[in-house]
Design a protein around this ligand. Structure first.
Ligand code: ATP
Ligand code: MG
Length: 224
């Protein structure tokens, strides 16, 4: 009962991790943040990647006058503290991470209710997921893999989806297609959800966000 009350009073933390560079971690973080904002949630994003891509996106967003989410940076060892602080004030805290799996990632994994692992639809990306899946298993954390950059009905996407299912790891039903709109909107500090109300990119992102929120230990939708 007490644990349940604590969960309702504090926000959820989701870390987005994948060893393979360019798999879509930052793109997924940014678009998911906007999906949560549009769903009426208070949202904070943390960039823990020295490359600072999420920071560039957030700055572009602020320069356009949008003030609908909180942005913070954190080093690997500062993440636990930052997440603890932010989850007191925000419904959802999203942590973007660098493309490597090492001891530095552990604090973010530990602080998280759910870890999202984007997998670009290629065999090389699938091979790269082992490290993060193993770390999540050791830390007993819930994982959801998300297929990204899917070219409709390509054989490789179908193969990857089949292999992920065989690896005993959860995979989202919604997948993100390979669309130039993702790259375009990132550069403008936006989400695909802000340039399309309907349309394939917005629909797949909204469906994915709903699925992710529902996958949280106690649904984000229920945490008012
Ligand atoms: N679904 C998509 N369709 C088209 N382009 C995409 C898609 N997802 C990501 N991209 C593009 O792929 C590139 C890498 O994406 P992103 O920066 O999100 O990956 P990342 O995993 O954060 O990379 P890094 O490991 O370097 O941090 C970017 O140019 C981005 O615009
Ligand atoms: Mg990135």
């Amino acid at each position: 009962m007490e644990a349940c009350q604590t969960r309702i009073m504090t926000g959820f933390v989701i870390t987005i991790a994948q060893q393979k560079g360019g798999s879509g971690k930052t793109t997924l973080t940014a678009n998911l943040a906007v999906a949560a904002v549009q769903a009426g949630k208070r949202v904070a994003v943390i960039d823990s990647d020295p490359q600072g891509s999420l920071g560039h996106w957030a700055m572009a967003r602020f320069e356009r006058g949008a003030q609908d989410l909180k942005f913070a940076t954190a080093s690997a060892w500062g993440i636990a503290f930052e997440c603890d602080q932010l989850r007191k004030e925000y419904d959802l805290v999203l942590v973007d991470t660098p493309p490597k799996i090492d001891a530095d990632l552990r604090p973010a994994i530990r602080a998280s209710d759910l870890i999202l692992v984007p997998v670009s639809a290629s065999q090389v990306d699938l091979w790269a997921t082992d490290g993060v899946l193993e770390l999540c298993r050791r830390e007993d954390r819930a994982v959801l893999t998300v297929l990204n950059r899917v070219r409709n009905q390509t054989r490789v996407a179908t193969q990857i989806a089949t292999q992920l299912k065989g690896m005993d790891v959860a995979m989202s039903q919604a997948v993100l297609a390979n669309r130039v709109l993702y790259a375009e909107t990132m550069g403008e500090g936006r989400s695909v959800l802000e340039v399309q109300k309907t349309g394939p990119a917005a629909e797949e992102m909204r469906a994915l966000a709903e699925e992710i929120f529902a996958a949280l230990p106690s649904s984000l939708a229920a945490a008012e």
